[in-house]
Design a protein around this ligand. Sequence first.
Ligand code: HSE
Length: 441
Amino acid sequence: MTTANRTFDVERPIGVAVLGMGNVGTEVVRILRDHADDLHSRVGAPVVLRGVAVRNLDKDRGLPADLVTTDAEALVAREDVDIVVEVIGGIDPPRALILAALNAGKSVVTANKALLADYTGELAEAAERSRADLYFEAAVAGAIPVVRPLMQSLAGDRVDRVIGIVNGTTNFILSAMDETGANYSEMLAEATRLGYAEADPTADVEGFDAAAKAAILASLAFHTRVTAADVYREGISKVTADDLAIASALGCTVKLLALCERVTDPEGKERISVRVYPALVQREHPLATVNGAFNAVVVEAANAGRLMFYGQGAGGAPTASAVMGDLVMASRNKFYGGRGPGESTYAKLPIAPMGDTPTRYLVNLHVADRPGVLSGVAAEFASRDVSISTVRQEGAGDGARLLVLTHLATDSALTETVAALSELDFVIAVNSVLRLEGTEE
Ligand code: HSE
């Protein structure tokens, strides 16, 4: 009998291989070893660590030598390994190792958002073929349960929108800019000093990490396969102290948002928009209160209404908590037989181009202060069918600063308007453009 088909064989424990022993892997191994009795009771069979794959054998990891190996491939292939936990990160070698595990009927638990966002189809199809579980709660927002709620708890509802703060590093930087008035590079340096930002912060600050998570959330929410390439992305490296000060004056703050929404095309057909960018959020919006390195995800569903999930989105122990939840589920499925829900892509909704997506802009202009400027600016908005919500003007050196907040319009109409404004002789500079999210007008 193969492990994939085994049910109620109480004689044989569930064998687990852990690939990677960084912050998360170390915590997973600790929990597996320290809480073996509880895990046994929760699963119905012992859950036993068969081995840990690492890059470097020289480091003392406080584990018996026979549990540690550099040969991840051989560990995955072992007969007594039923479930593979991948916490190495990156595309290679995790992709090949996960595929080898799934193809052999072993279940996989991974925290690897970049891999899932780029290769979700390949991995999901391998899991489907071998009837294995592929679980990834830890890939989005660390400890926060959001994958399982979207996949299972809300399986009978219709999700219309998911908006999240899913990157702790950028949320730390933006929150600190908001609180202190400091600029981006000072707060990036602080995030690096405190260990939030990595030596190369590009994946976080340019929104790649959040875009991978947005792709995963959108796939689950809309039953459509979404990859990282489908996600429109802007990072936070151009957000200035001035942007935060203006946001504050307008009763807002700035957050890097991952937005996944159902939208309609000009013929009224349904599409989805998936995007990541820094946006103004009104202080009374639940996401505005999420500060520091915390994450939060707001889900809006037709019947459930608005739900908010909040907590620690990174870190060894919080991420390991999500991995362990998946590991217990996968172990139970191995023990009792069967598998959890696999990928659901039946809806196959098209991805809306960013240009068609309805958003609101706050355009910050430095203009000459003379008659006709305001009407000239307003004419550019009007000629592209963009309706203005509010205009604020204040003196700025030899000219004036104009803050124009629009109602909802397509992103292409707004982009064209800004391009046209920058060509006007009385526009000295387009200081910044930020979108406003979380309101409908
Ligand atoms: N680097 C991520 C963050 C955590 O800052 O939230 C892992 O996805």
